[in-house]
Design a binder for this molecule. Structure first.
Ligand code: NAD
Ligand code: UFG
Length: 338
């Protein structure tokens, strides 16, 4: 059985669908700090399965011990983390405790039960400001511009040191670029609590009338249209990358790194304009000052994951933006509108 820690969240729930599609038996572990157990009703509609889950925190060693003693766990896909950049700058200790100490506790219990396969949700933020795009896995990591990103770098280094020190670990560090979109069914998607930090949820909330207009952070970057460029990928393609990484890790030992991005860069204005065109609606906007810590442009070199894991992108930007809107318009209040 595969333990999906943080499996009730945005990327985790999409990964549950792909794992089931590929025949894996799964157990979700989540403390629901940024998700709702209502997601399981939606997952049942998509997969026709009742996915078992436990309400446990990765910082709770006794809780984890009970899970690993009760279930026959073979590998862990580890999504359980806090991810709000602004909050991480205000409350670093909360991020150290949840993301770093929580992962350490999870690893300790895994080791006790001889479970040594882990797929970890890292981020392109670990490349820092020093590296030019396209980012390649062989580059030296830099210093992330925020505390959230710093926790990702620390956990990557913890996992690398663990692998160097002890035999038998099998770890994948997946460095995500910018996941957007939702399941094509419109049944699961992203619904951030409060004001969205990320671009796509903000765009869809403006389009649905929850917010007045989009603020575009910076129009004077050294890019084609002056707005910042990112590598957006469909969350279902990202979910499939986890299945491929898991298959690979179940047959290998060691710690390996894969970028998960398409290699294409789109600007904020590209996203807004394409969203309007694909969905036939208007998104009022204004260009405001740059957001502190933002980089002008970054995107992936995705050749390693393509060559080594056979990952292929199934969805293009139009699909990502159509699926984001399909989810938002059918679920203006996320799972609460069910
Ligand atoms: P999410 O918040 O939707 O999902 C994370 C899940 O983990 C939530 O269900 C939350 O309740 C749970 N969780 C958090 N702390 C926990 C704890 N201590 N114990 C148990 N469960 C806990 O976020 P997401 O977008 O699905 O991201 C998943 C992972 O991918 C996170 O680690 C995130 O940092 C990482 N990541 C996300 C992005 C992105 O753009 N979404 C980019 C790079 C990396
Ligand atoms: N943006 C806006 N207006 C908004 C929101 C975002 O213009 O309301 C812009 C940002 O300035 C950026 C782009 O849209 O240029 C994408 O922003 P996101 O916040 O969606 O994504 P980021 O690339 O900034 O953030 C990602 C991950 C974080 C990670 C960070 C580190 O989502 O988890 O990279 O670089 F920490």
């Amino acid at each position: 059985m595969i333990l999906v820690a943080g499996g009730a969240g945005y990327i985790g729930s999409h990964t549950c669908v792909e794992l089931i599609k590929h025949g894996y038996e799964i157990l979700v572990l989540d403390n629901f700090s940024n998700s709702s157990a209502k997601v399981f009703d939606r997952l049942k509609k998509i997969t026709d399965q009742d996915i078992p889950y436990v309400d446990v925190d990765i910082c709770d060693e006794a809780g984890l011990e009970s899970v690993f003693s009760t279930y026959d766990i073979q590998a862990v896909i580890h999504f359980a983390g806090l991810k709000a950049v602004g909050e991480s700058m205000l409350n670093p200790l909360v991020y150290f405790e949840n993301n770093i100490a929580g992962t350490s506790t999870l690893l300790k219990v895994m080791k006790r039960h001889t479970v040594k396969h882990m797929i970890f949700s890292s981020s392109a933020t670990v490349y820092g400001e020093i590296n030019p795009s396209p980012y390649q896995e062989s580059m030296q990591t830099g210093m992330p511009t925020n505390t959230y990103g710093y926790t990702k770098l620390v956990v990557e280094q913890m996992l690398q040191k663990l692998d160097q020190a002890e035999e038998g670990w099998s770890i994948a560090l997946l460095r995500y670029f910018n996941p957007i979109g939702a399941h094509p069914s419109g049944l699961i998607g992203e619904h951030p609590k409060g004001i969205p930090n990320n671009l796509l949820p903000y765009v869809t909330q403006v389009a649905v009338g929850l917010r007045e207009k989009l603020s575009i952070f910076g129009g004077d970057y050294d890019t084609a249209d002056g707005t910042a460029v990112r590598d957006y990928l469909h969350v279902v393609d990202l979910a499939v990358a986890h299945v491929l990484a898991l298959k690979n890790r179940l047959d290998h030992t060691g710690c390996d790194i894969w970028n998960v991005g398409t290699g294409n860069g789109y600007s904020v204005l590209d996203i807004k304009n394409t969203f309007e065109q694909v969905n036939q609606l208007q998104v009022p906007f204004e260009i405001v000052a740059r957001r502190e810590g933002d980089l002008a442009s970054f995107y992936a070199d995705s050749s390693k994951i393509q060559n080594e894991l056979g990952w292929e992108v199934q969805y293009q930007l139009d699909d990502m933006l159509a699926h984001s809107w399909n989810w938002q318009k059918n679920n203006p209040n996320g799972y609460e509108s069910a």
